[in-house]
Design a protein around this ligand. Sequence first.
Ligand code: FES
Ligand code: FES
Length: 165
Amino acid sequence: MSISITLTLNGVAREIVLDDTRVTLLDLLRERLALPGTKKGCDRGQCGACTVLVNGRRVNSCLTLVATLDGAEITTVEGLAEGGELHPVQSAFIENDGFQCGYCTPGQIMSAVGLIAEGHAGEDLERIREGMSGNLCRCAAYHGITLAVREATRRMAAEDKGEVA
Ligand code: FES
Ligand code: FES
């Protein structure tokens, strides 16, 4: 039996018909909707490469069944830039050399956006590492990633106050 759900994906309303209710959000994004920015690493909730935002919260899309998302608002890395302008987290990753392999980068960026929105990022790099601990990085970029999250947090806080960062 197929089911139909509606969701908003990167600001666009979509109707999704599922023949198999076991389809994960990760497979839907990559295999049916041609949005390959979200990466498949472990496919079992351990690496964070597949992180997207669902209703503004970070989730592992490999562990999220599409059938549970009726009415949800989903943002992937493809939906972060606005009007050709990179999101502050994306810019900060570039400026701070926050990616190296590139494969885990979209998940790291989405997780950073979620962490900042939760109000759990800040000046303390240790706290940022803790907040990003669900996203694995085994290369030398990790220091750059934490610096980028701190920088983006500062910039977004300044923008919120109407200051130029
Ligand atoms: S692919 Fe989802 S956590 Fe690794
Ligand atoms: S950015 Fe991929 S392992 Fe570090």
